[in-house]
Design a protein around this ligand. Structure first.
Ligand SMILES: [Zn+2]
Length: 393
């Protein structure tokens, strides 16, 4: 149990995995952070919703007051497509920028990281998909430096080395990867998340939980990631309900921002079927990523039962659940989902039986499927979708 006592001063400078300036109000250090990377004319990349908020104008002003001309590119959709990245590259080149401020939720951060990669490449975006040795194709010297500023607490893309972008030619989500896509500097300012509506707070918070949970159960050997995943899940348990019920609770907002960063740090160990099922729904039906993960979470836990039962005891014990077991973990997940208003079925977010055939083929080859504790093929995915649509765990 983590209590709010003795957590009054939530500020720190962390260098694992990335140099992170953490704390309320630290967006004021944006210009200094750009200077450290030699950026004097940044392009701030964000989505259209955020671009209209005062926080973007403030960020641009912080740069201008420090003598930096800061451009803004915001032509990005919720499940970003290749065109969004290409348009960002054009804006970067036309404005003669020398670095990127990745500002926003997962979609904006992913596009910004991909733009920073692509400004120095001659090949098309899809040549840098996370396959075999394709990352060796990257001209590292051409990549732009990135300062990442998350404004939601969920994806943790600020500490990730990849971007998820939808290939509009076949409606599949592709992972663009290079180790140097890890942003060089991060500013985590929990105050930037205060205006997030309740539903988005819940959805992205559940995404953070799914990252830690899938990483924890994935079969690869990475005890460091497991430790981070455990703590990340505990923070979600203790602080997500408060962050949802009172968005101005800065302690809850701070702890959820850490939980998000921790989830993405942990999932270097692997993700699993929650994400394999969720990605096709997002690519084909434009469902919200974290919400979709949250809906399928208990169905996947139950499907993986035989492989995760022992580890679930350890997790349930760490989370201080009564009668630690997979059953108590499932009970907690169901209660948490209800508490933060996550629907119980995929049907409630627009997924129908008629979609199962297309989605299950995509889920079975999703890049995350290899991290699931048990192998799952097309038929297994179809059965999971059917259960999650009908609500029968
Ligand atoms: Zn996710």
């Amino acid at each position: 149990m983590t209590t709010k006592n003795h957590l009054e001063n939530l500020v720190g400078n962390w260098n694992y995995p990335t140099a992170i300036r953490f704390g309320c109000g630290r967006i004021s250090e944006l210009a200094d952070t750009c200077h450290e990377l030699g950026i004097s004319k940044p392009l701030l990349i964000t989505d259209q919703g955020i671009a209209a908020l005062p926080m973007v104008a403030e960020a641009v002003n912080i740069c201008k007051n420090a003598g930096m001309a800061c451009g803004v590119f915001s032509d990005i959709q919720a499940n970003p497509i290749g065109k969004n990245v290409n348009d960002g590259v054009t804006a970067y080149k036309e404005g003669r920028h020398d670095g990127v401020i990745a500002f926003g939720g997962g979609s904006a951060l992913d596009v910004a990281k991909a733009v920073a990669l692509m400004v120095g490449q001659d090949r098309p975006l899809w040549d840098f998909e996370d396959k075999e040795d394709w990352s060796e194709r990257v001209n590292v010297d051409g990549m732009a430096p990135v300062v990442a500023v998350p404004t939601t607490s969920g994806t943790g893309s600020e500490v990730g080395r990849a971007s998820v972008i939808t290939d509009e030619s076949d409606h599949t989500k592709k992972i663009i990867f290079h180790a140097n896509m890890l942003p060089a500097k991060v500013i985590c300012d929990p105050k930037l998340t205060v205006g997030l509506p309740k539903n988005i707070t819940a959805w992205v918070g559940m995404d953070a939980l799914s990252h830690s949970m899938e990483a924890y159960f994935s079969p690869f050997y990475h005890p460091m990631a497991e430790g981070i995943a455990l703590k990340g899940m505990q923070l979600v348990k203790d602080f997500l309900p408060d962050a949802v019920s009172d968005g101005t609770d800065l302690v809850a907002r701070s702890q959820m921002m850490i939980a998000s960063t921790m989830g993405a740090t942990a999932f270097q160990k692997g993700l699993g079927a929650m994400h394999s099922l969720s990605h096709p729904c997002g690519a084909v039906l434009n469902t919200q990523h974290g919400l979709t993960n949250a809906v399928v979470m208990p169905y996947v836990l139950e499907r993986n039962r035989e492989a995760i039962e022992n580890k679930a005891v350890e997790l349930a014990r760490f989370l201080n659940l009564p009668n630690p077991s997979l059953d108590s973990l499932l009970k907690w997940v169901l209660e948490l989902r209800e508490q933060v208003a996550i629907p119980h079925t995929l049907a409630e977010i627009g997924v129908a039986d008629s979609h199962i055939e297309e989605l299950s083929k995509m889920a079975a080859v999703d890049p995350t499927v290899g991290g699931n504790p048990i192998p799952l093929g097309v038929d297994d995915m179809a059965a999971l979708y059917a259960k999650a649509i009908s609500g029968n765990i």
